[in-house]
Ligand binder design. Structure first.
Ligand code: SAM
Ligand code: SF4
Length: 396
């Protein structure tokens, strides 16, 4: 019996198994890993794909993450902010089409004008959909007061990728005034307020090891993350990480395979969370998102941003569907998903099952909210979690 057989025979992999699974890069092993994860997905959350209509609200950003194409230092970007009425018209369209949820994403700003804008959008989207559209925000690190204001206005879900659970790697990817600890603390605030908490990591970063990726999966569990949005790192020519482009062509395939293994391993380890098949997968292969679904993902975020803004929201080179309208995007995705034998959860909010179960348990135990802060308070450098062992392989 191989190590892979032994691990896949368990009801759930142990923490120490995760790095070995992530390193299982022989083609036959990868297929078996993905098939096992797909079976777990069908058993726990079903062969149903939930759509979240994505609005790339603005590319104005106060941060300077070294990998991101819309970082504030990139002077080549034409900056925009979509007028409120255009977003509301898009949200109404999404509601009428049977989407259960919309995501408002943008560069990070914390000035009062921006905070008020998001509050107004959340309030109005709730009103136009009679509270039927679940609203996810993905607008970065904010104060507790701001997160509370938006929660009270009706935002129920928040997506804030930790990017990597390794503080030292995080520091190499960000300027000195960006803080891993602050980002981690934001995740804890969001959870404590009661948001359905989303996070994720970039996969295949320069110098990243399978051990670090395994730690990312443990981090999601420890921080009570119930929605996972992770995707491959893809270099952008106008960023300080442009050097990575030189080797990227030959490692595209490996990058996609690793991202799919990460999805599969996360599904095996956290069977009842929602996992998005990131758009970045489609940059690596035309059917990358469908491959993500077959590896265990159950969420897709069709881009509903008006095509006139899309080319100015290029986080990485080769962003797909730059000129496709929301209607074309919907049709194209529906056909692709049907070809996999999966259905689309139109008219359903598609809440994370892990969140719903936790909320039920909290209600049974007499707690007032599903959002209880994680038990152990970390201090110092890294997450206080069990370290994975057995591998320490730098991938790229
Ligand atoms: N500004 C908010 C934030 O950073 O949380 C939300 C928007 S930000 C553009 C969304 C995500 O894009 C980031 O969390 C990051 O993981 C991803 N991203 C940025 N540059 C990327 C790149 N070059 N390759 C892959 N993902 C990238
Ligand atoms: Fe801004 Fe988000 Fe890009 Fe960082 S990843 S530069 S916060 S948009």
């Amino acid at each position: 019996m191989t190590r892979l057989d032994e691990i896949l025979a368990k009801a759930r992999p142990d923490p120490d198994d995760l790095a070995a699974l992530l390193g299982a890069d022989a083609r036959a092993e990868q297929c078996r890993l993905q098939a096992a994860a797909y079976a777990v997905k069908v058993r726990t959350v079903g062969a149903v794909v939930y759509f979240r209509g994505l609005f790339e609200l603005s590319n104005l950003c106060s941060k300077d993450c070294l990998y991101c194409g819309i970082r504030r230092s990139n002077r080549k970007v034409d900056r925009y902010l979509i007028p409120i009425d255009e977003i509301l018209a898009g949200a109404r369209w999404a509601y009428e089409q049977g989407y259960g949820s919309v995501v408002l994403q943008s560069g990070e700003r914390s000035d009062p004008v921006f905070v008020d804008l998001i509050t107004e959008l959340v309030t109005k989207i709730r009103a136009l959909s009679q509270g039927q559209l679940a609203i996810t925000l993905s607008v970065g690190e904010q104060s507790e007061a701001t997160y509370r204001t938006w929660f009270q206005a009706g935002a129920e879900r928040y997506l804030l990728r930790i990017e990597t659970s390794d503080p030292a790697l995080y520091r190499r990817l960000h300027p000195a005034d960006h803080s891993w600890e602050r980002r981690r603390d934001c995740l804890r605030l969001l959870h404590g307020i009661g948001y359905q908490l989303g996070s994720g990591a970039m996969i295949g970063l320069p110098g990243q090891s399978v051990e670090q990726l395994a730690q990312d999966v443990l981090f999601f569990e420890q921080e009570k993350v119930v929605m996972i949005g992770m995707g491959p790192f893809i270099p952008h020519a106008d960023t300080p990480m442009r050097e990575s482009i030189r080797n990227f062509a030959w490692k595209r395939h490996a990058q996609l395979a690793l991202a799919l293994r990460m999805i599969a391993v996360t599904r095996l380890y956290l069977p009842d969370v929602n996992i998005a098949a990131a758009t970045a997968l489609q940059t690596l292969a035309p059917d990358g998102r469908e491959q993500g679904l077959m590896a265990g993902a159950n969420v897709i975020m069709p881009n509903l941003t008006d095509p006139k803004y899309r080319s100015a929201y290029q986080l990485y080179d080769g962003k797909p569907c730059l000129d496709e309208s929301a209607t074309q995007c919907r049709g194209c995705l529906q056909a692709r998903i049907a070809s996999l034998g999966e259905t689309i959860g139109f008219g359903q909010r598609g809440d994370s099952r892990r969140f719903v179960e936790r909320k039920k348990a909290a209600a049974t135990n007499g707690a007032t909210s599903a959002g209880q802060p994680p038990a152990d308070e970390n201090t110092g450098e890294g997450p206080a979690m069990r370290r994975v062992s057995g591998y320490n392989t730098k991938l790229f």
